[in-house]
Design a protein around this ligand. Structure first.
Ligand code: HEM
Ligand code: HEM
Ligand SMILES: [Fe+2]
Length: 461
């Protein structure tokens, strides 16, 4: 750790991992309900556990993004964070918002709008927290006088995420209008501006871990941002097929969303070229696993499995089935959960005491159990989903009868999810078993690239 104030990132990561653990508990609870009988039916039925599961996902990922940003901006701009106090107030407000929102969902206190269930007071806190965060980051960069392209793309992603949350604050009586604008937040987040956040963390990590040339990595960033804009914005239309808007959205959605995997392909390619050209330049190979893993699993889950159901001719059968859950899991895990875990693994050796520079064997178990568990879960959702689509949508058998016929896939889902959950447990254990380091004395032997990697030729932009 080169700067004392980077230790704020530790507390963001700590909160993110606690919420991640809770998210998995509610995922398992939701999945067991497929098999029944459900002893919790009257206390927390499926809609409640699923809402908590998906909301915790969004909140822990954003917490991870914030922590990773404080870490990275300090490093890139070679500066202490502008206001450590503000960063802690922000974290406290954010934690209270997240926890009270989850408690509220037990009592169905929420908007009922998928992923955006947060009640209005919570939404206002989210906006306030984002403003505090952007101000603090912006002032850190301004005061340092050093602004890199990698940071620029990160700020573009974070700033746009805040702006795109604004439509979620409004309430629409008309259901079609409400659904129409919901995607401005949800789709444009995950298939737009969050990809910029992922791309900039990837660039930062690849520059430091592989010693790849900064000039080259940052040129790739421009290409990715361009592709995200070209495909992602009109790609929103792949959610407009069946919601009651005019039919011209069908070809628009099919065409532009089919281009969306290009940005994800670009990220996987730049990770590959970084490794081929520069090799490994840093002892932390565990962080490298998560970094490359995110590029590859993101391409698989979001790019390939997104493409699999994005054309209207296919989506008319698969819409809203377990095929969607298949893609949602693999995409969110690959692109966003893995990149947050990459940033945590990279920062770990210098933000905690006595942890291994290469990553511990527990850390590798956590990686492989999560990757294989999530791969198995994706296949289980896929096989269940194919069965569901055929029986329910092609043969016209009723929803609940079909759910009974595809139970075997749910057993496989829970088996793979259990492996995955052990992997998450190990990751969390590996993080918390080391005490945090609160001073800036963390530039130990072998940790040189924590500053600017020798081969990177870091420059002020
Ligand atoms: C990292 C990027 C991505 C993430 C995290 C992601 C996640 C998700 C999630 C959670 C849903 C369900 C949303 C809901 O019903 O509320 C969804 C739906 C969808 N995604 Fe993605 N996605 C990503 C990228 C893509 C890409 C690149 C494509 C196309 C090539 C795509 C195609 C679709 C389609 C067509 C649906 C609608 C499914 C339906 O009709 O039920 N996604 N995505
Ligand atoms: C032990 C691990 C997990 C289990 C058992 C699990 C289970 C489930 C279940 C049963 C649902 C409801 C699907 C439906 O509507 O029928 C769900 C939804 C969802 N989960 Fe998970 N989950 C787990 C981990 C994760 C992780 C790690 C992520 C992301 C990184 C994730 C992201 C999502 C998303 C985005 C949805 C909404 C999908 C949609 O609406 O189609 N889950 N999960
Ligand atoms: Fe989308």
């Amino acid at each position: 750790m080169r700067y004392k104030s980077q230790s704020v990132a530790y507390w963001y990561f700590a909160l993110a991992l606690i919420l991640f653990g809770l998210q998995i508990v509610f995922g398992l609870l939701s999945a067991t309900k497929y098999l029944g009988p459900d002893p919790f039916l009257n206390i927390m039925p499926f809609d409640v556990t699923k809402t908590i599961h998906t909301n915790l996902l969004i909140v822990w990922l954003l917490t991870g993004f914030m922590g990773a940003t404080y870490w990275m901006v300090s490093d890139e701009s070679r500066s202490e964070i502008y206001s450590v106090k503000l960063a802690y107030i922000q974290l406290a407000l954010w934690a209270v918002m997240g926890v009270t929102a989850v408690i509220g969902y037990f009592f169905r206190y929420g908007t009922g709008n998928k992923f955006l269930e947060q009640p209005l007071p919570h939404k206002i806190v989210i906006v306030v927290v984002m403003l505090m965060f952007l101000y603090n980051i912006g002032m850190t960069i301004k005061r340092s006088g050093r602004f890199t392209t990698t940071e620029g793309v990160l700020l573009l992603g974070l700033g746009s995420s805040a702006v795109l949350y604004l439509p979620a604050l409004l309430h629409y009586e008309n259901y079609i209008v409400s659904i129409f604008y919901r995607w401005w937040t949800i789709h444009l987040w995950v298939e737009g501006v969050w990809e910029m956040i992922q791309a900039s963390f990837l660039a930062y990590l690849l520059i430091r871990l592989s010693g790849a040339d900064r000039e080259v990595m940052e040129k790739w960033l421009y290409v990715i941002v361009g592709l995200v804009f070209i495909a992602g914005i009109l790609g929103t239309a792949h959610h407009y097929y069946w919601i009651g808007v005019p039919a011209y959205w069908l070809p628009l959605g099919g065409f532009f969303s089919a281009l969306e995997p290009l940005a994800l392909l670009g990220m996987a390619m730049y990770a590959y070229y970084a490794m081929r050209r520069s090799g490994v330049n840093h002892p932390n190979t565990l962080a490298l696993h998560w970094t490359l893993g995110s590029a590859v699993f993101g391409l698989f889950g979001a790019g390939l499995l997104g493409l699999a159901h994005t054309f209207p001719d296919i989506n008319k059968w698969t819409h809203g089935t377990l095929i969607t859950a298949m893609h949602g899991h693999a995409a969110f895990f690959g692109a966003y959960a893995m990149i947050v875990m990459a940033m945590i693994s990279y920062a770990m050796p210098s933000m905690t005491r006595d942890s291994d520079e290469q990553g511990s064997s527990i850390g590798y178990w956590a990686f492989w159990l999560q990757v294989s568990g999530m791969f198995g879960m994706t296949l289980s959702f896929a096989t269940a989903g194919i069965g569901q689509v055929y029986l329910e949508r092609v043969l016209g058998i009723g929803y609940l009868d079909v759910q009974l016929k595809i139970q075997v896939h749910f057993v496989m889902l829970i088996a793979c999810a259990s492996l995955f959950a052990i992997g998450v447990g190990l990751f969390i254990y590996d993080f918390f078993r080391h005490a945090p380091r609160l001073d800036a004395a963390g530039v130990e032997a072998g940790a040189t690239p924590l500053g600017v990697a020798p081969a990177s030729g870091g420059r002020a932009g």
